[in-house]
Each structure stands twice: as C-alpha cells, then as structure tokens.
Design a protein around this ligand. Structure first.
Ligand SMILES: C[S@@+](CC[C@H](N)C(=O)[O-])C[C@H]1O[C@@H](n2cnc3c(N)ncnc32)[C@H](O)[C@@H]1O
Length: 289
C-alpha cells in the first residue's frame, strides 16, 4: 500500500500565498506531500527532500520524477538540516515541513519489526544503517532504564511490570522477535481499546530512532534557518510529540503561530485513511529575524 499524505489540504493552506523559493521537507517518505507542494508552488527553485530511510527515498525518486531538476534528495536525519543547507550553499529556506513518525510502508514491511501484529526480528530502525536496534534495548538496557523508557516514551503505567517480565525472560535466553516480546509483556499489561503492546512498541520505536531528540533539534534548526515570512508546518502523531511542537513554536519569539489550535483530520479523511485519526498539524510564520 502506498502512503496517503495526511492533512494535505491543511498543509497546503499553511503555505498558500507565500513565495517559496527554497523548501525543506524533512520526511519526504513516498513524496505525497512533496508532489502536492511542488505542484501548488511552481516558483520553488530548490526542494530539499530528506529521509533517513533509503527505501523511502528510492520510492520518492520514482514518484517525484517529474520534478527531478528541482529536488535534492538527502539521505539522513532532518535534525542535521543546517549542514545540508550549508553544503548546498543555501543560507535560508522559505518553507519547512515534517510529517514525523513511521510511514505506512515501514509498518507494512513486517520484517522491519515496527508492528506487533507481524512476527519479525526486533529491529525498528528507520535507517537500516544506524546502530541501535530494539533487540539491543530489550536485551541490554538495565531494568530501571527499560521501565523509564516505557513510562516516558510510551506513557505506559505498567512500565515496571513490563520491564521486570522482560528481564526475567532474558536471563534464560535472548529475546529476538516481536512476537516473543508481545508474549512476554501481554500478560502483565492492561487490556483496553488498544492492543496491550501498543505503548511498549511506541516507546521502543521512539528510543531506537531518537524521535523526540530529532524533533527538538530539527525544530530549533528550522526556526533558525527560516527566512523572514518563511513558514513551517509540523504533523505529529502522539501527545508527546505535539507537546514538544506546541512549546517550541510558542517559545520562539520570532514566530507567529498560524494554527491557534492544532488542525486535525476531518471525518471524511479519517474514513478514507484511518492513520490520519491521530495526526495534529501546527504551523507558524517567521515574523522577525
Ligand atoms: C509519515 S512518513 C512521511 C510521508 C510523506 N509525508 C508522504 O507524503 O509520503 C515519515 C517518514 O519520515 C521519515 N523520518 C522520520 N523521522 C525522520 C528523521 N528524524 N529524519 C529523516 N527522516 C525521518 C521516515 O523514514 C518516513 O519515511
């Protein structure tokens, strides 16, 4: 299944009316947002299309072939955006977008270990060349560090019980697969509307990919590199991320918030693309340098 860009109209609205010469997208994925932005803004001269998943970049290259001349594909984390702009000899950008989190392609590729519904090695790396995997965290982090990770990144109230169950099990043998992990934690977690392992998997994914660190550093760099009147848009998928975005935008004295409240998907969009259910979009404009 290819990726359907979330909150597409809302994203386009944030950039509507602005003259975009240089655009930086930190999470190009399959290129859905990129295509729409490039179509809506023929004035764009350089479109930086960054992703740390080489498979996503390969797909984006195919999907965005019509715009090939304008696009610079970048393989790497978006938090390093200043160095990418410097390398290209570009001093500022007029638009910035990130749509963070795991893409539906990454979820659907069962062997990457993002989904608790498919048995796979405990990997969860967006960038297959990075060193930390979920298997390392599960088998090598001390019990307390594991519990804190589940609590902080998963907001899992049974974090200590889950960490204890994992540590007991791994004394006997290394835990290697998603289904082994599900079987270990399921009995100690509460049952509710969502699958009991949801928060544990979310926490692991965030830690493996340093998602919150990337978000904080990326926002800081983006605010710094935005030109006067430049706009930024951030789509996040859970409250931990949205909180970081909300405060980063609020605290920046040179930004004017465009979205008083975060924009969310319409019922119609949720019906067509259930993944949009938890998406929140915030936008801002640079009003002084
Ligand atoms: C939700 S998808 C983006 C989909 C895209 N907007 C589209 O329309 O097709 C998120 C993408 O961001 C990438 N990603 C997540 N965090 C990243 C980071 N810190 N740096 C670079 N890429 C990142 C993932 O590899 C994934 O391909």
């Amino acid at each position: 299944m290819s990726h359907v860009p979330v909150l597409l109209h809302e994203v386009l609205n944030i950039f509507e009316g602005s003259h975009l010469k240089v655009f930086f997208e930190g999470t190009v994925g399959a290129g859905g947002h990129a295509k729409a932005i490039l179509e809506a803004h023929p004035e764009i001269e350089i479109y930086f299309a960054c992703d740390r998943d080489p498979k996503a970049l390969a797909l984006a290259k195919t999907n965005l072939a019509d715009f090939e001349k304008k696009i610079r594909f970048i393989y790497g984390p978006f938090a390093d955006l200043e160095s990418y702009l410097d390398e290209a000899g570009v001093s500022s950008m007029d638009g910035f977008l990130i749509d963070i989190g795991v893409s539906s392609m990454q979820f659907d590729e069962g062997e990457r270990g993002f989904s608790f519904r498919m048995d796979a090695p405990l990997d969860m790396r967006m960038d297959p060349n990075s060193s930390l995997t979920a298997e390392t965290i599960i088998n090598e982090y001390p019990e307390e560090k594991l519990a804190n990770l589940f609590y902080e990144y998963g907001e899992e109230f049974r974090s200590r019980a889950a960490a204890r169950a994992i540590v007991e099990k791994r004394r006997k043998r290394r835990i290697r697969t998603t289904q082994e992990l599900v079987e270990i934690v399921e009995p100690v977690l509460r049952r509710g509307k969502i699958h009991p392992a949801t928060k544990i998997f979310q926490a692991l994914r965030i830690a493996v990919n340093d998602e919150l660190g990337q978000l904080k550093a990326g926002l800081k760099a983006a605010i710094h590199k935005l030109s006067l009147d430049g706009r930024l848009a951030v789509i996040s998928f859970h409250s931990l991320e949205d909180r970081i975005v909300k405060f980063a935008l609020k605290e920046a004295e040179n930004l004017e918030i465009i979205t008083k409240k975060p924009l969310t998907a319409t019922r119609e969009e949720i019906r067509k693309n259930p993944r949009s259910r938890s998406a929140k979009l915030r936008g801002a404009k640079k009003v002084s340098l």
